[in-house]
Design a protein around this ligand. Structure first.
Ligand code: SAM
Length: 253
């Protein structure tokens, strides 16, 4: 009698789950919204925790706001469904159109190098999946991001919208020219590599602002931090990197 009673309970729970809707994406979004508000822990929260500890903090990124943002943003919802299980791996991943979502450590490092504060305004060149923009939106009030490949921009717009990142404004176009109407920016981050620093981005940097940018060709690129102080430009090389090239009229074909 007891066994039948418990079997009935299992069947009832299963039917309730079906009726309540088990659509993977909406369910995942809901769970991650809960994760944002800290209500219901899920396995992705634990995976992000390990990602932050093992790949980011251990390599020296220490800014508490950056670590908090990397723990909070549901990275798996920014990668294609077919490779979602690898979302927290220590590597860039393909997002279509020969483009990638950057390795978690590089996202965290570049965000830390921007040295941001809450009220500041940031421009990103290379929206891609929208993930880096979401991380920035956890730290500052205004994020502007530009993507040259329209279908990628459209997917990023809807992901950001669906997950509630309303502080992010996405534009389709060539980021080489920056976003003049919204300038000056306290921080500018470029997630594709031009050969040289685009002059419009330096012009659109506020006094005291920081530009974090990979520069070089396919074989040799360096991650640079460019600072504008008292009208002067200082540049510092941080480490060798490999990013997809900046494309468009000022970049690779
Ligand atoms: N930040 C992205 C993310 O979080 O998913 C990853 C960006 S991916 C490494 C580089 C992106 O830069 C690609 O989506 C690419 O299409 C874009 N890109 C390349 N050239 C560009 C340009 N001239 N203007 C704007 N975006 C560009």
């Amino acid at each position: 009698m007891r066994i039948w009673g418990s079997r009935f309970l299992v069947v009832l729970l299963f039917v309730t789950w079906i009726v309540a809707g088990c659509g993977e994406r909406s369910g995942e979004v809901e769970r991650n919204r809960s994760a944002h508000s800290g209500e219901v822990p899920d396995s992705w929260v634990a995976r992000r925790e390990s990602m932050v500890r093992d790949q980011i903090w251990r390599r020296g990124v220490q800014d508490p706001e950056v670590l908090r943002a990397m723990r909070a943003v549901p990275r798996h919802l920014f990668v294609p469904q077919s490779i979602r299980g690898r979302a927290c791996d220590d590597t860039p991943l393909p997002i279509g159109y020969d483009q990638t979502i950057s390795q978690p450590y590089i996202v965290a490092l570049m965000t830390e190098l921007l040295d941001l504060e809450r009220g500041e305004r940031v421009l990103e060149v290379g929206t891609g999946s929208g993930y880096q923009a979401a991380v920035l939106a956890m730290i500052v009030d205004s994020v502007y991001t530009i993507e040259i490949i329209e279908p990628l921009a459209r997917v990023a717009m809807s992901t950001l919208e669906e997950l509630g990142y309303h502080r992010v404004r996405v534009r389709i176009g060539d980021g080489y020219a920056g976003w003049e109407e919204a300038a000056p920016f306290d921080g500018i981050i470029v997630t594709c590599a031009p050969r040289d620093i685009p002059p419009p981005l330096v012009d659109q940097l506020a006094e005291g602002g920081r530009l974090v940018i990979p520069c070089g060709d396919l074989w040799h690129q360096e991650l640079l931090v460019v600072e504008k102080k008292d009208g002067e430009i200082r540049r510092k090389s941080v480490l060798p990197v490999r990013f997809v090239p900046l494309i468009g009229p000022h970049g690779e074909e």
